[in-house]
Design a protein around this ligand. Structure first.
Ligand SMILES: NC(=O)c1ccc[n+]([C@@H]2O[C@H](COP(=O)([O-])OP(=O)(O)OC[C@H]3O[C@@H](n4cnc5c(N)ncnc54)[C@H](O)[C@@H]3O)[C@@H](O)[C@H]2O)c1
Ligand SMILES: [Zn+2]
Length: 369
């Protein structure tokens, strides 16, 4: 295990607490941003291990926001925190930063999942034209995905990540023990991105995943490390997603459509659940595209099935999905674009598929997954 160097910061996996102390020693004002769950489950351990004595804390949603939504602190529903990834929360964060006397020389520590990292990084980047920030991701998804690549932002008028920018933290710290309190669905959600990194870019990692019976937190750290390195290599060649970074969209064209469709129905599923089903369908499309045989497809699906239960897609949703992929952010002139697997560890992006094949992919998933 070793720390991962990027152009202007590191992702720390070993000796995280001593590296953390070194990195923060010159900041005399530190603010920690959490959400209600990361505060409940991770803050105490963070305080104890970091030995950080003096800091201000901001928690999203605030009691006022919760009251407005009519919810309580115990609510752990999948979409609960995501709905606070918005301008209102940014205002609350700015208000608190001002209130506690933060300025551009202060440091913001984002202790939470992807929502807190994306939104905290965004707020830090624009507060007084930019203060330093650290990511302390507490979900598997944020450890392997949201913490790498510098994408920051919030949702706007129902559009995901519509407002934001690219900027790097001064450091990212991976503490796998935080994952112990994570609901199983959230763990699987992050695991889907590890599977994606393997399928698209690393045959050896795929071989390793194939051997696994189930997801065990105690064995995850080496996989997290590999996954981060894979994502790092891609984002370094294409920091602002103009080309190669699109390989990371594998499973996401149909995945995003599924995520949106379930959300519209009022039954949100996790990002990873949607992406896992999206990957299964896009493997089917890859099979058609490169004329692989069904055994090729079956050998991938057997692994996906082990980790990701089938999602129930009703007749009505099939039509909705076909509509939704036409308005995807990745489209060009209304034509959905895909990343396809030439083979495991080897992909092509900006690929298109016939509408009838996309429908067949959804139907295949419904019947055979
Ligand atoms: N910047 C990027 O490159 C990038 C990449 C992928 C995803 N994202 C963003 O990340 C977000 C999704 O991230 P996520 O899945 O981490 O969601 P999240 O931040 O909503 O966290 C998921 C749930 O887990 C809870 N939680 C967090 N840590 C916990 C812990 N240790 N124990 C128990 N509960 C805990 C949260 O409160 C929340 O309810 C989305 O907004 C997405 O847009 C960004
Ligand atoms: Zn994703």
């Amino acid at each position: 295990m070793r720390n991962i160097r990027l152009s202007d910061h590191s992702i720390y996996i070993e000796d995280i607490w001593s590296n953390f102390k070194d990195l923060i020693e010159n900041y005399d004002h530190i603010v920690v941003l959490t959400d209600i769950n990361s505060r409940a489950y991770c803050l105490k351990e963070f305080e104890m291990l970091s030995e950080l004595k003096k800091f201000d804390i901001i928690t999203i949603p605030t009691p006022e926001q919760q009251e407005k939504e009519g919810t309580t602190g115990e609510n752990l529903s999948v979409y609960y925190i995501e709905q606070f990834k918005n301008q209102d929360s940014c205002s609350k964060i700015f208000d608190r930063l001002l209130e506690c006397g933060a300025d551009r020389h202060s440091l913001l520590i984002n202790l939470g999942g992807g929502v807190i990292c994306d939104m905290g990084g965004y707020c830090a980047s624009v507060f007084m034209r930019g203060m330093d920030f650290i990511h302390f991701p507490t979900t598997l998804l944020s450890q392997v995905d949201a913490s790498v690549g510098g994408k920051l932002g919030i949702n706007y008028r129902g559009y995901k990540n519509m407002v934001g920018l690219f900027r790097n933290p001064i450091g990212v710290f991976i503490h796998d023990k935080f994952l112990e309190s994570l609901p199983e669905r959230e763990l699987r959600s992050g695991f889907a991105e590890i599977v994606k990194h393997a399928l698209t870019l690393n045959y050896n990692l795929w071989e390793q995943l194939k051997e696994m019976e189930d997801i065990e937190i105690s064995n995850l750290l080496p996989l997290i490390e590999k996954s981060i390195i894979i994502k790092k290599q891609i984002v370094q060649t294409d920091p602002t997603e103009t080309g190669k970074r699109k390989v990371l969209n594998f499973g996401h064209t149909l995945g995003h459509a599924l995520e949106t469709s379930f959300l519209k129905k009022g039954e949100p599923i996790t990002h990873g659940e949607a992406v896992a089903a999206g990957m299964a369908m896009e493997c089917y499309l890859s099979m058609l595209h490169y004329r692989h045989d069904e055994d090729w497809l079956a050998s991938i699906l057997v692994v996906l099935k082990r980790f990701f239960p089938k999602i129930d897609i009703g007749d009505k949703m099939v039509l909705d999905l076909l509509q939704l992929i036409r308005v995807d952010k990745k489209n060009k002139a209304g034509v959905p674009h895909f990343t396809f697997l030439i083979d495991i560890g080897n992909v092509e992006y900006d690929q298109i598929a016939r509408a009838k094949d996309i429908r067949a992919a959804v139907e295949y998933y419904r019947k055979n997954y």
